[in-house]
Design a protein around this ligand. Structure first.
Ligand code: C5P
Length: 414
């Protein structure tokens, strides 16, 4: 059991009047042991089956009934009662209660709270099989579902009335599972829009060896790429960061592969495929020494040294040109420009074959180079978006959300 699956969740349990009401005592215990706070409203009929004292002993809270007086209203009105919850659970939802809900009635505290709420509602129907199958109930079920109400059960089985068929209330643990699933899906919708997607990010410089102790490098800090990997992971993406040598710490929740050279970076990227998203934020060295020395090079009395350089593979262009399922669905490159930022970046978008370019303005006037801020424009086939100057972390967060929006739109378009 996950002891904290419902930690700090507030549930308003509306107990209807049916024999299955006794199962609510067990339900309250199971919800509370997972960390949920439970308040209960009991209908008049429910109080014929279980006592408010039993219910309040288990919720640890006052039980709300139609018999509330003005003091109750002053303490907590019915509107506040339903709005204060994260989820309303109706169990058992009797045929009569469902009919009143479907009709929008508010003739007792339970239905008033249900009509006044703007929170999600989950119901666990329980009734005699013939009542369940009756055209009126079936009509009400359709209406309630159309109104966005979720159902758990009913199950088929022996009924307290001696008949057999659908109408038994779902077991307490089934209701708990439905409550957990509700909050799981809500968390997904609220905070983890990239869940189920895989992201690959390159970051930092590369070091291209001259000999075992010397190398060609650049000043990239890796701050922006590392922040992007962290931001994608925070939105739920399974994230692989291929990082060149940098002092920026590995981000949490990300699988990090440390590499030195451009060739190693490319190999690590290819090994991480397939991925849905690829972000090439690394400052990959354009050149490497064609034949680096195995031993430390010695001064040989000559005035100079000639190193023959060979062009490195372009990782961004390579990933962009992959075919079929191997190509990430969204490939994003970076372009640091000092002038004509948008024009140069648009040109780079075409040359590299990627989907977006994050163009950063590193002209001396911005004072951006090597700092914690970034001033970027997002270039795509749709044009350029100008973002305000912000910290690299903020840019990363905004980019991750922008990517989530892109995939959401893609999904709704299919
Ligand atoms: O060609 P340029 O270096 O200006 O392009 C920058 C973009 O290309 C960045 O996204 C960078 O990560 C990527 N790049 C790459 N492999 C290279 C050179 C650049 O992935 N060899």
């Amino acid at each position: 059991m996950d002891k904290s699956s419902l930690e700090a969740k507030r549930i308003l349990l509306i107990i209807g009047g049916g024999i299955a009401a006794y199962k609510c005592l067990e339900l309250i215990r199971r919800l509370r042991e997972r960390g949920a706070g439970v308040r209960a409203i009991m209908t008049g009929a429910a109080r014929e089956f279980v006592t408010p004292l039993s219910v309040s002993s288990l919720t640890g809270e006052k039980v709300f009934t139609d018999l509330f007086d003005l003091t109750d209203e002053a303490e907590m009105g019915h509107i506040e009662l339903s709005r204060d919850a994260d989820l309303l659970v109706v169990a058992p939802a009797t045929a009569d209660l469902m009919a009143r809900m479907a009709g929008g009635l508010a003739n007792d505290l339970a239905t008033t709270a249900l009509l006044a709420t703007d929170k999600p509602v989950l119901i666990a129907p329980a009734m005699n099989v013939r009542m369940w199958e009756h055209a009126a109930t079936q009509r009400n079920i359709t209406t309630l579902k159309r109104d966005g109400i979720s159902f758990v059960g009913p199950n088929e089985g022996d009924m307290a009335c001696g008949e057999f068929g659908p109408g038994r209330m779902a077991e307490p643990m089934e209701i708990v599972a439905a409550v957990e699933a509700h909050f799981g899906e809500a968390a997904f919708a609220a905070g983890q829009p990239l869940k189920g997607l895989k992201a690959l990010v390159t970051s930092g410089p590369t070091h291209e060896p001259i000999d075992p102790v010397r190398y060609i490098a650049n000043r990239s800090s890796g701050k922006q790429g590392h922040a992007i990997a962290a931001a994608l992971a925070a939105l739920g993406a399974e994230t692989v960061l291929v990082a060149g040598p940098s002092t920026t710490p590995d981000p949490a929740g990300v699988s990090v592969h440390h590499v030195e050279t451009a060739n190693e970076m490319l190999a690590a990227c290819e090994a991480a495929l397939p991925a849905d998203i690829a972000i090439c934020a690394a400052a990959v060295a354009d050149w490497r020494v064609e034949a680096s020395a195995d031993q430390k090079m010695k001064k040989n009395g000559e005035d100079g040294l000639h190193l023959k350089l060979k062009q490195n593979p372009d990782i961004l262009a390579t990933l962009s040109s992959l075919k079929g399922k191997k190509r990430p669905r969204l490939v994003v490159g970076f372009a640091a420009e000092t002038e004509k930022v948008i024009a140069h970046a648009t040109d780079k978008l075409k040359r590299k074959g990627c989907d977006w370019i994050v163009a950063n303005d590193v002209s001396p006037a911005t004072g951006i180079m090597g700092g914690d801020d970034n001033l970027v424009h997002i270039i795509s086939a749709q044009g350029a978006e100008d973002w305000p100057r912000a910290s690299k972390r903020e840019v990363a967060g905004r980019l991750a959300h922008r990517i989530a929006d892109h995939f959401k739109k893609g999904k709704s378009a299919t």
